[in-house]
Design a protein around this ligand. Structure first.
Ligand SMILES: C[S@@+](CC[C@H](N)C(=O)[O-])C[C@H]1O[C@@H](n2cnc3c(N)ncnc32)[C@H](O)[C@@H]1O
Length: 245
């Protein structure tokens, strides 16, 4: 299995594009201009381009993996909220997934360009059919469920926050239903946003549950990742439920 390299972008800029570029004042709104400036001057964006990743988000997964080793040995991966597909690119590489032997299933309600070795479902993960279709697509037990799902923004911060937290919660329950013993679950969440109940459920089911903030996740963003490692297996959850009954 080949592991993609991950280094934080250094001062050197190998794309040949200068950092610190300004967008000319014109028809654009100031907020749009600021967004474009931040994007074109972002070293992770430039590095993603250089290394052939579809999004800068690739480096969030690679940096988390560098420290927490969740990709090593993964044979089947499910990627939730996958578009445009940089996490799926990494997943296909580490699992050696091919179109003849698909080991990565990805879902997003947005269209995602095809990727070799990745079965892409264009569907809402909250659709009741999604879990079955994902499992059928992958043809075996996953050892890693990754979710970068973020609810589309409404402009109302509290609403956006709650909707993304709900996606994280549904993803966590899905992971506990499908993961193989020893598997891992990684999901986007928000600082201070993870519900006690969800953390308790994960702690019952995984040997280690932590919050992580990779350097590629913008410091000013409240985004965090919830990482649950070493799934204890479904018997553990059944036993937990029995004890509580
Ligand atoms: C930050 S992007 C993911 C980037 C991706 N990890 C990558 O590396 O390219 C979040 C994605 O979650 C998707 N998403 C949000 N809610 C979803 C849902 N209910 N079902 C499926 N996808 C969803 C969005 O459409 C968006 O494409």
């Amino acid at each position: 299995m080949t592991k993609p390299p991950s280094k934080s972008p250094g001062a050197g800029n190998r794309t040949g594009r200068k950092l610190g570029q300004k967008v000319k004042k014109g028809k654009l709104k100031a907020s749009s201009r600021r967004w474009i400036e931040r994007h074109i001057n972002d070293p992770y964006v430039q590095r993603a381009k250089l290394e052939g990743y579809r999004a800068r988000a690739a480096f969030k997964l690679l940096e988390i993996d560098e420290k927490h080793h969740i990709l090593k040995g993964a044979r089947r991966i499910i990627d939730l909220g996958a578009a445009p597909g940089s996490w799926s690119q990494i997943a296909a590489k580490v699992t050696n997934s091919t179109d003849e032997d698909i080991r990565v299933a990805a879902i997003d309600f947005l269209e995602m360009a095809p990727l070799p070795g990745v079965k892409v479902l264009q569907l809402d993960f909250l659709d009741p059919e999604a879990p079955r279709l994902l499992m059928e697509a992958i043809g075996g037990t996953p050892d890693l469920v990754i979710s970068d799902m973020a609810a589309p923004t409404t402009g109302h911060q509290r609403t956006d926050h709650l909707r993304t937290m709900y996606l994280c919660e549904v993803a966590a329950h899905f992971a506990v239903e499908v993961l193989g013993e020893g598997g891992h679950f990684l999901a986007k969440t928000f600082q201070g946003g993870t519900e006690r109940e969800l953390l308790d459920m994960l702690k019952r089911n995984f040997r280690q549950v932590i919050h992580v903030k990779p350097a590629a996740s913008r410091a000013e963003s409240v985004e965090m990742f919830l990482l649950a490692k070493h799934f204890k297996g479904r018997k553990a959850e059944d036993a937990g439920a029995d004890e509580q009954a």
